[in-house]
Design a protein. Structure first.
Length: 237
């Protein structure tokens, strides 16, 4: 994050002037510092020069596409990203989540919903930052073959570092901390994403799949991150 004592800085990236203006008005009303970018090129320049605490990113952008903006951002930082996607573009949604986006909202949307999502993502990030203290023995947990350093937010399997995104780590830490307990997708959205969603839970499905690719010996036959049919998921050490 770039902001410390000041209000969080939110970058809104969308090629539609009305969308930028409306979101800026609502976010400013909530006390956020708001920057605007009309295309991917402006967004990349802004992120390199100023940075942001959170990015609201439209995927369909002129110049540098939204996916490429997200890819470049993830190569440099773990700044939270909320995607704006066209309704029904499931493929775009999954690709964006796999690139490391934290959340998504489909168009058309309510500006109040965007503000609520921004608040939820930043609140979760703030709680995480408060926990980022030098690790002691209590911060390191061994769960089966996995080792998690909660203070430094690092995870490894049998000594091999796992390159987890922010949300992948949060999801793994939560499930591993409740080993043997089953959670529905809705419960995971509330506990890990800090937001109660009604309807599409694709983000959980995608993050579980990516976690399996990183922590399982055979992701097609998982032994740690188990699907509980009709319920959701369970972690078995």
């Amino acid at each position: 994050m770039v902001t410390t004592d000041a209000q969080p800085r939110v970058l809104v990236v969308d090629d539609e002037p009305m969308v930028r203006e409306v979101l800026a008005r609502y976010l400013l009303r909530e006390g956020y510092v708001v920057d605007l970018a009309a295309d991917g090129t402006d967004a990349v320049r802004h992120l390199e020069a100023v940075g942001a605490d959170l990015v609201v990113l439209d995927l369909m952008l002129p110049g540098i596409a939204g996916f490429e903006v997200l890819r470049r951002l993830r190569a440099q930082a773990d700044t939270p990203v909320i995607m704006l996607t066209a309704r029904g573009s499931q493929t775009d949604l999954i690709v964006g989540l796999e690139l490391g986006a934290d959340d998504y909202i489909t168009k058309p949307f309510s500006p109040r919903e965007v503000v609520a999502r921004v608040r939820a993502v930043l609140r979760r990030g703030g709680a995480r930052a408060e926990a980022d203290v030098p690790a002691g023995n209590d911060d390191v947990r061994q769960v089966g073959a996995l080792t998690m350093d909660l203070g430094r937010r690092l995870a490894s399997r049998q000594g091999t570092d796992l390159r987890l995104t922010r949300k992948e780590f949060d999801l793994l830490a939560f499930l591993a901390s409740h080993a043997g307990q089953s959670f529905s997708r809705g419960q995971l959205l509330e506990q890990v994403w800090d937001f109660a969603w009604v309807g599409d839970s694709s983000t959980v499905t995608v993050h579980v799949r990516r976690l399996r690719e990183k922590i399982e010996v055979d992701p097609s036959a998982p032994r740690n991150l188990i699907t509980v049919w009709g319920v959701g998921y369970r972690f078995e050490p």
